[in-house]
Design a protein around this ligand. Structure first.
Ligand code: ZN
Length: 83
């Protein structure tokens, strides 16, 4: 089982499912529930696609709060939602 946890690392991490690389960025990320065992995007997609989607939404929020528009059109999105 996976869960979304907030963390501060900005580093590649070992994926605890496939042994590949999980890219950690500060903010919400997916981990094996109850642990800090990182998990890569591909494994998250296979194991918990709904949770991955939730995590991406949380990331979107997080990045907006940091003042970094998540994509080039981000500035427009900001004003449209009154933030
Ligand atoms: Zn993996």
């Amino acid at each position: 089982m996976l869960e979304i946890r907030n963390q501060n690392l900005n580093t590649p991490a070992y994926c605890h499912r496939c042994g590949g690389t999980a890219q950690l960025k500060p903010g919400p990320a997916l981990f094996i529930a109850g642990t800090w065992g990182a998990i890569c995007q591909a494994c998250a997609e296979k194991e918990a696609p709904a949770l991955l989607f939730q995590m991406e939404m949380a990331r979107y929020e997080f990045e907006a709060r940091q003042g970094h528009p998540p994509h080039p059109g981000g500035q427009k999105w900001y004003s449209a939602t009154g933030r």
